[in-house]
Design a protein around this ligand. Structure first.
Ligand SMILES: O=C(O)c1ccccc1NCC(=O)[C@H](O)[C@H](O)COP(=O)(O)O
Length: 401
């Protein structure tokens, strides 16, 4: 179902790319962007005739969400009825990352020619923005190939969900050390290739055998050389650890897709998602029985997430995803004082993420208050990543014989 909210705000923006031009040449595309939301509205290379585009001129505020989850959808619609556009909401919450180019896709194909009108609006400001703009296009294509109603049917064949948070809590209780989410990570934008000789199932088995409570599997292909096939293969191989689908989630459809591939948890990045999306996506997770790891990097994001009801798992990323700077002090800073108190009161489990290399690093974040850690690079680069776990923790944390 498609939900359309029509309010009364005169602030609708029609920012293209109904046409984009170089040297006054007119180029037509099939999408119009309303308040940062693309609305498909015409055939390629045909002058745009779009009912919704016409509605724009009336000053109506239009927002479109494509899900058939009526309850969650109605929340989203209701909250946008105050006349605020989604982009305005994001800006108010301090979100700098733009989910897609202001003026539509940065390039336009016309026959054999690619046209590009460069300006501040259609050039990503940093790698995270670039990843998201590419993801937006990728997800649109995937949704066309497998619409939500088809995907939902596939869920009946998905393996049962495993208790991600439960596995972390159990491991922490049994070992007295932060529970480990070990990451199956071949490459990354900040470090390039991490491991040429990459067998995801072998690595996953090694992590499980050596005490990982859960696994994180990168599924982004372009920037991390991951894949949903890896996630599926690990699950099919009989690995028992619950699996986090490490993906850039910007659309509810991706949550259903992750579940259909065997995910038990997904990642939601607060630097990218406004509160409304976090609420909506966590609601879908609850419906599907998935855990949501909500990732923050600074005080503002932490405060936003602490203000949302029902969050069970917060990840503090020590890596700034815009600059790639890594500083494990970040975990300590965000857990000090009032924030730490609220986290304890709400019994939220905190995961320390990124830049953890030594037993001292693990003790440091544990003393700061984390009960779980998410580790990629320092393990994956070892000759035997599974056996690297004992080195990282300074002792064998394996619970399984
Ligand atoms: O790792 C990156 O370069 C990166 C770049 C842009 C967005 C996300 C990125 N990484 C995701 C993560 O946060 C890490 O994979 C995860 O926390 C493990 O970090 P590490 O142990 O430092 O590999």
């Amino acid at each position: 179902m498609v939900g359309i909210a029509i309010g009364t705000s005169p602030r609708i923006r029609a920012s293209g790319p109904c046409f984009s031009a170089r040297k006054s040449r007119r180029i037509l595309s099939s999408r119009i962007w309303v308040g940062g939301i693309p609305i498909d509205c015409g055939r390629k290379s045909t002058p745009l005739r779009c009912t919704r585009a016409e509605e724009e001129s009336t000053g109506a505020c239009i927002s479109v969400t494509s899900t058939d989850d009526d309850t969650a959808n109605s929340i989203k619609v209701r909250e946008l009825e105050n006349g605020n556009l989604p982009d305005d909401e994001a800006a108010k919450q301090g979100i700098r990352i733009r989910r897609r180019p202001l003026t539509g896709p940065p390039t336009h194909m016309v026959g054999p020619f690619e046209f590009r009108l460069e300006n501040e609006g259609n050039t990503p400001r940093n790698i995270l923005e670039k990843i998201l703009w590419d993801k937006d296009i990728e997800v649109s294509k995937m949704k066309e190939r497998k619409p939500l109603n088809v995907l939902k049917k596939a869920l009946t064949d998905a393996p049962p969900v495993r208790d991600f948070v439960g596995a972390l809590r159990a491991s922490y209780q049994q070992t007295g050390m932060p529970a480990l989410i070990a990451e199956v990570k071949k490459a990354s934008p900040s470090r390039g290739m991490l491991r040429e000789d990459f067998d995801p199932v072998k690595i996953a088995n090694g992590y499980e055998k050596n005490g990982a409570a859960c696994l994180s599997v990168l599924t982004d292909e372009k920037y991390f050389q991951g894949s949903f096939e890896n996630l599926e293969a690990i699950r099919r191989a009989g690995v028992e650890c619950p699996l986090l689908c490490k993906e850039f989630i910007i659309d509810a459809w991706q949550i259903y897709y992750a579940r259909s591939k065997g995910a038990d948890a997904i990642l939601l990045i607060a630097a990218v998602l406004p509160d409304l999306d976090i609420k909506y996506f966590t609601k879908i997770c609850r419906m599907l029985g998935l855990a949501a790891l909500v990732e923050v990097h600074d005080e503002r994001e932490m405060d936003r997430v602490l203000g949302i009801d029902g969050i069970q798992l917060i990840g503090i990323n020590n890596r700034d995803l815009e600059t790639f700077e890594v500083d494990i002090l970040n975990t300590k800073n965000l857990l000090e004082g009032k924030r730490g108190e609220i986290i304890r009161q709400k019994d939220i489990m905190v995961v320390g993420e990124s830049g953890l290399f030594t037993p001292n690093d693990i003790s440091y974040v544990q003393d700061a208050g984390v009960k779980a850690v998410l580790v990629g690079e320092s393990l994956i680069k070892q000759d035997d990543p599974g056996r690297g776990i004992a080195g990282l923790f300074g002792k064998d944390i394996s619970l399984r014989v």
